[in-house]
Write a protein that binds this ligand. Structure first.
Ligand code: GAR
Length: 210
């Protein structure tokens, strides 16, 4: 099974969805480490309760990015990690880190990328008046919220939505597509070819998306 680390900064509900999926005996990945850059991240308790090794790497201020990334790479190497899943991880990773882990880092973002990269995603989607938004799992490249797309789901916007109600609706689909994307990558059914992800079979027929 592919050895996976999850990087979080907070609640960790996407991490929990990945942990749940990995419990299936036929799932092609296992989570061997959860790293948080925040000591008080709720997701740390969830991971520990599931019996998964956790590590807090908490650096702030000048030089903190390098210090975080050096410590993270050491922990990831020690754990012999094959793939890193960013799940509500709110730090930007340097080009050096992304290069060290080239094609081994994936992320979930709560919009239909390339629309609405960055923060305050749902506020900006409502402001723009889009009728459809969604969520995206993609390979990480040095440019924020950019990189080859593995899976996406479209989610309708209600005219009564606030940023909170829209976030909650999108989050339910995040919890489906992140395990699906991980399964596709870990099983080798999704592969990077010329900076696009090729999926064996029809991704639209995946039960998780029905
Ligand atoms: C999720 O909606 C995730 O897509 C988003 O933060 C939330 C984390 O929730 N990520 C980003 O906005 C990254 N730019 P979680 O901690 O419960 O998974």
């Amino acid at each position: 099974r592919m050895r996976v680390a999850v990087l979080i900064s907070g609640r960790g509900s996407n991490m929990a969805a990945l942990i749940e999926a990995c419990r299936r005996s036929d799932f092609p990945a296992e989570i061997v480490l959860v790293i948080s850059n925040k000591p008080d991240a709720k997701g740390l308790e969830t991971a520990a309760a599931a019996g998964i090794a956790t590590k807090v790497i908490d650096f702030r201020g000048k030089g903190s990015r390098q210090a975080f990334e050096d410590a993270a790479t050491e922990a990831l190497e020690d754990a012999e990690v094959d793939l890193i899943c960013l799940a509500g991880f709110m730090r930007i990773l340097s080009a050096d880190f992304v290069g060290r882990w080239r094609d081994q880092v994936i992320n979930i973002h709560p919009s239909l990328l390339p629309a609405f990269p960055g923060l305050e995603t749902h506020e900006r989607a409502l402001q723009a008046g889009v009728r459809i938004t969604g969520c995206t799992v993609h390979f990480v490249r040095p440019e924020m919220d950019n990189g080859p797309i593995i899976a996406q789901v479209a989610v309708p916007v209600s005219n009564r939505d606030t940023a909170d109600t829209l976030a909650a609706r999108v989050l339910r689909y995040e919890h489906r597509i992140y395990p699906l994307a991980l399964e596709l990558i870990a099983s080798g059914r999704a592969r990077l070819v010329d900076e696009r992800v090729i999926v064996d079979g029809d991704i639209a027929e995946q039960p998780a998306l029905a």
